[in-house]
Design a protein around this ligand. Structure first.
Ligand SMILES: [Zn+2]
Length: 389
């Protein structure tokens, strides 16, 4: 598995280098088919590549092709793909076919039968399998597809949510979910390890040991964050058929604080703290989880434009900057309504979301909102389990 994952990583880097060279020469990127046609020559040049299953190598090239296309997608550009480092990247390879799944074992081409701890029943048709390594453990992710009947959301409630730093999620009913800030909790430990790592001789055996430790801590932080976010999004989605939230461009907000056009380099320290908190709390990930969980349950996520939601009075609608005497308190200058500022904003978001739902031509981004005629739909799911020797 190490070897196959290494081949995938090597091929990714090789093909990415080629694409980057072409871009620098002002040429267009090679298509997937052209890259795949180069595989036989590369296998001759690097004989170890021939030992990996051809399908997994093709899948690597497909993944790179998709990543580059997504980076050039004008409506929602993603980060340009980067080279994979041996000791930093997650190692993985993917089988599009040729695998078999039994109760507790899985057959992987060119590897054989491997046992796994099944994390849940596998419903639907398995479409592909990804084998990946996290620190010392290997996992399989089985992607399945199944036809399901139209889901009817169990709840009739709607809520607006306001994302914040002190309260991760403030709901329009006055409740809130506090953040976990996994990275901040562990950052001193991490800094200490990294200082020790800097003193070691690179690629020495003690260096490797420390690299492992750093990786394990990062893994732990990521797991804490993911677990917490899943619990939060699950509770929100279970209890509300309609969730309204601001359409925040988290990617722009968490960009470097040093140079934005509007405010070049002001409050750099405060802002980089804010950015870190946004990244740490995983606002983007929370939005992603809410959108697919609402889709599963037959609910709706409404993304509303983030304008004046914090300055508007949720009781009378008066908008003024003076309505916010402090970060935490909202006090309306017109009607005297006083409330926690985050919950006031959440109420505005709910109001805005519901009005957008009533007339979608106003341009709300609705996620999970489907045509009512659709009687069944396909549901894609990824089931992840740990492999055992
Ligand atoms: Zn008011």
């Amino acid at each position: 598995m190490c070897q196959f994952a290494g081949c995938s990583r090597f091929l990714w880097n090789k093909a990415l280098a080629l694409q980057k060279e072409r871009l620098e020469d002002k040429q267009s990127c090679l298509s997937y088919n052209k890259l795949a046609n180069m595989l036989p020559a590369w296998k001759k040049e690097y004989p170890f590549l021939a030992e990996a299953p051809s399908q997994t190598l093709q899948q690597t090239l497909k993944a790179l092709d998709r990543a580059i296309k997504e980076a050039f997608d004008k409506t929602n550009p993603k980060k340009f793909p980067v080279f994979k480092k041996k000791y930093k990247s997650k190692d993985s390879f993917k089988y599009p076919q040729g695998f078999e799944i039994s109760n507790s074992r899985v057959f992987l081409p060119k590897i054989g039968w491997v046992g796994f701890r099944r994390s849940q029943y596998i419903k639907g048709k398995p479409k592909n399998i990804t084998v990946s390594r996290e620190i010392d453990h290997w996992y399989i992710s089985i992607q399945t597809e199944q036809r399901v009947s139209e889901a009817v959301h169990p709840s009739k409630k709607a809520t607006g949510i306001d994302l914040g730093i002190n309260k991760m999620v403030a709901l329009s009913d006055g409740t809130y979910i506090l953040p976990i800030n996994a990275y901040m909790q562990e950052q001193h430990k991490l800094a200490k390890l990294q200082r020790r790592l800097a003193k070691k001789i690179k690629f020495s055996s003690n260096w490797y040991k420390l690299v492992k430790k750093v990786q394990r801590l990062h893994w732990h932080i990521a797991n804490m964050r993911a677990d917490y976010l899943h619990k939060a999004s699950c509770a929100l989605s279970k209890n509300h058929a309609i969730v309204c939230m601001e359409n925040l461009q988290v990617k722009n907000m968490s960009k470097s604080a040093k140079g934005t056009v509007e405010q070049p380099g002001r409050n750099v320290r405060a802002k980089s703290g804010l950015n870190q908190a946004i990244v740490d709390q995983g606002w983007g990930e929370l939005t992603r989880q809410l959108s697919y969980k609402q889709y599963w349950r037959g609910g709706t996520l409404v993304l509303v434009p983030p304008q004046f939601t914090s300055q508007k009075c949720s009781a009378c609608g008066y908008v003024h900057a003076d309505n916010r005497p402090s970060q935490a308190v909202f006090h309306c200058q017109a009607c005297g309504h006083t409330e926690n500022a985050d919950n006031n904003a959440a109420k505005n978001i709910l109001g805005e979301g519901l009005s957008l739902l009533a007339c979608p031509e106003k341009g709300a981004a609705l996620i999970g909102h489907r045509e009512p005629v659709q009687s069944d739909r396909s549901l894609k799911q990824e089931i992840r389990s740990r492999l055992v020797a």
